[in-house]
Design a protein around this ligand. Structure first.
Ligand code: AMP
Length: 368
């Protein structure tokens, strides 16, 4: 059940259904509340989104009766993570629109399918080969060379389910180390920077992008986002155009994040940057958190606008911005951050500061 461009917009006062109870769901619910909308969170585990939503359902993603009741209680269903099972989306779609469309989940849940989709629409990725067993890994290594990165096809995030393979590695052991499951081998991209484009597409095909973000990771977890990215103007324009091509191809509605590598190609007489897409997140994204305090419309509000059939908002930035994640014990510095003029603190209300856990973030406008 998908609303066409002519379907009536959802009115303030309606309820949006969100799958997932994490901080992304929490910030979506807060943005929805500001616009007079209610939210109903559905998740198998309690999380920070439960604290700020009018309603929640604690049930598994294969509980079809609970899914049907949830869908019937909302005007539209969206999600804060990409591993929504296909059957869950199908059950929900029989009752209410699911946006972004489940086709976007199918195209992005599996790294092999995702890369084939991207190459099919003319978007560059790292060179890759499918690897289903240790023998296929040996053939892929012979073809792509080393070093290379082996990644599970599904359920990888924050560097989980991937391993760098160097000369001399025992390939049987390497394949076993990722759980001997379907994978892809990727060539290593010699990137100068990692950037992301957070953009929105409305039900009517309207499109807006935030300025390109530059991202730094520590231990595979996003640590710092800077906006604007320190890349050439033409590179930014190309990154945004690529994102729009991806969204149009998927008939996408909502906010997306496309993560890319910037490669500096310096051949004699040539000095330019090229872009290679690493992965697509069919949802709001950590690298867009700066937009809450640093742009006219946040990524969360933009997502709500898009799925409700409302006009998209301005993505104009308030200056040069830095967003830093507060991981684990970092969040214990909350008092110092509160005392800092110009710092906007966000805490997600998680009880336990386990190492590697995203506890909050802080946004600073560092320049005009
Ligand atoms: P991913 O789980 O695909 O987002 O990868 C996590 C991080 O590993 C990326 O943000 C990069 O820093 C690095 N990485 C992943 N794939 C490649 C690649 N093909 N070449 C170089 N670095 C990579």
């Amino acid at each position: 059940m998908n609303p066409g461009p002519s379907a009536p917009p959802i009115a303030p006062g309606a309820t949006i259904g969100i799958l997932g109870s994490g901080q992304l769901g929490r910030m979506l619910a807060m943005a929805a509340a500001r616009l007079g909308l209610k939210t109903h969170i559905y998740a198998p585990d309690p999380g920070p989104a439960f604290d700020v939503a009018a309603q929640h359902t604690l049930a598994s993603y294969d509980d079809e009766a609970a899914l049907a009741a949830f869908a019937d209680s909302v005007a539209v269903v969206t999600y804060e993570f990409e591993n929504v099972p296909a059957q869950t989306a199908a059950v929900l779609e029989a009752h209410r629109p699911v946006l972004p469309r489940p086709e976007a989940l199918a195209a992005t849940q599996d790294r092999l399918v995702e890369k084939q989709f991207l190459n099919g629409i003319g978007v560059a990725t790292a060179p890759f080969m499918a690897v289903d067993d240790a023998g296929a890994l040996a053939r892929a290594v012979a073809q792509l060379g080393l070093p290379a990165i082996l990644k599970t096809r599904r359920f990888g995030y924050d560097g989980k389910g991937q391993v760098m393979i160097r000369e001399g590695a025992d390939l049987e052991n390497v394949f076993a180390s990722i759980g001997a499951q379907p994978a892809i081998l990727e060539g290593v991209v010699p990137f100068a920077r990692e950037v992301s484009v957070v953009a929105a597409r409305g039900r009517d095909g309207s499109f807006t992008a935030f300025d390109v973000c530059e991202n730094e990771h520590e231990n595979h977890i996003l640590s710092l986002t800077r906006v604007p990215a320190r890349i050439a103007h033409e590179t930014s324009a190309c990154a945004v155009a690529m994102t729009q091509r991806i969204m149009d191809a998927l008939g996408y509605v909502g906010v997306i994040c496309v993560e890319m590598f910037v490669v500096e190609a310096t051949a004699p007489g040539v000095d330019r940057e090229t872009l290679v897409v690493n992965e697509i997140a069919p949802r709001v994204h950590n690298s867009g958190h700066w937009s809450i305090d640093g742009a006219v419309t946040s990524q969360f509000e933009q997502h709500v606008r898009a799925i409700c059939g409302w006009p998209l908002g301005s993505t104009r930035r308030h200056g040069e911005i830095e967003m830093r994640n507060l991981i684990g014990e970092d969040a214990n510095r909350w008092r110092d951050i509160l005392g800092e003029s110009g710092a906007s603190l966000h805490l997600y209300g998680k009880h336990e500061a386990r190492s590697g856990r995203k506890m909050g973030h802080v946004t600073r406008i560092v320049g005009g």
